[in-house]
Design a protein around this ligand. Structure first.
Ligand code: UDP
Length: 238
């Protein structure tokens, strides 16, 4: 049943931790391959795909600074971690025959492309997956904000935020069996109730640019291609 996909161009944000599999740290190649396969299903529909991967499986700036490192330096280490994850995902996607560009907010020409907006748009038009790495290129930000910023610049219609749970709940579903999942929630509710979706600067930027955020589970087989067609369980922030 090949129906026309609901979107032309999307942003997918996944945390670095999603690449760990059952490990405590780093990249788990079979897990990276599994996620690459999920992305391929969407790519096969002809949807243009932007990707932002966090770095939390390797290094988080806040952890470094909590241990006495200078914050900005620790954040640069976090940004470098996102480049490693992006390269790992590029390798997995290209194994599946999907042309992929890693585009870094901080130039490192031997490793990947520098971010040039018009060039990135052209890649998308040609059906290449663009993995935006090194966050926003600035300390004190997160990859959630980077995903929202790039989604705005690339004119994506929606941000898909892949997590370990199938949406946003009014309390933690892992500890509270009566936790209720929201179908829809507004940006302002997310901010006021401090719901754990994305950090506040990312939510505010999405709100200001009217970018809906769809929160879904990456652990679900066919989860990504499902939510893209409005199937399965998820929460929409709009
Ligand atoms: N980071 C940053 N600026 C950015 C994006 C990321 O300084 O624009 C750093 C920050 O230290 C962060 C780390 O990179 O902790 C990894 O990113 P993030 O925590 O967003 O990864 P995730 O939680 O999604 O795995």
């Amino acid at each position: 049943s090949e129906t026309k996909p609901a979107y032309k161009r999307v942003m997918l944000k996944i945390s670095g931790e999603a690449l760990m599999g059952s490990q405590q740290f780093g990249l788990h190649p079979p897990t990276v391959q599994r996620i690459a396969n999920e992305i391929k299903k969407v790519h096969d529909l002809g949807v243009e795909i932007c990707l932002v991967i966090g770095g939390g499986n390797i290094f988080r700036g806040l952890q470094g600074s909590a241990q006495g490192m200078e914050r900005a330096t620790a954040d640069y280490m976090g940004m470098l971690a996102t480049v490693m994850n992006a390269l790992g995902m590029q390798s997995a996607l290209e194994d599946l025959g999907i042309f992929t560009r890693v585009i870094s907010a901080i130039p490192m020409d031997q490793i990947c492309e520098p971010y040039i907006r018009r060039r990135a748009v052209r890649h998308l038009e040609k059906g290449r997956v663009c993995v935006f790495a090194a966050g926003t290129g600035n300390p004190y930000f997160t990859t959630d904000t980077a995903a929202t910023l790039r989604a705005s610049e690339m004119d994506c219609e929606v941000i898909f935020k892949g997590t370990q749970v199938d949406g946003i709940y009014d309390s933690d579903p892992k500890t509270n069996p009566d936790a209720k999942r929201y179908e829809r929630v507004t940006y302002d509710e997310v901010l006021q109730k401090n719901l754990k979706v994305m950090d506040a600067s990312a939510i505010a930027l999405a709100r200001d640019n009217a970018l809906p955020i769809v929160v879904f589970s990456l652990d679900e087989p066919n989860g990504l291609v499902g939510v893209l067609n409005g199937k399965g369980r998820y929460t929409v922030v709009e």
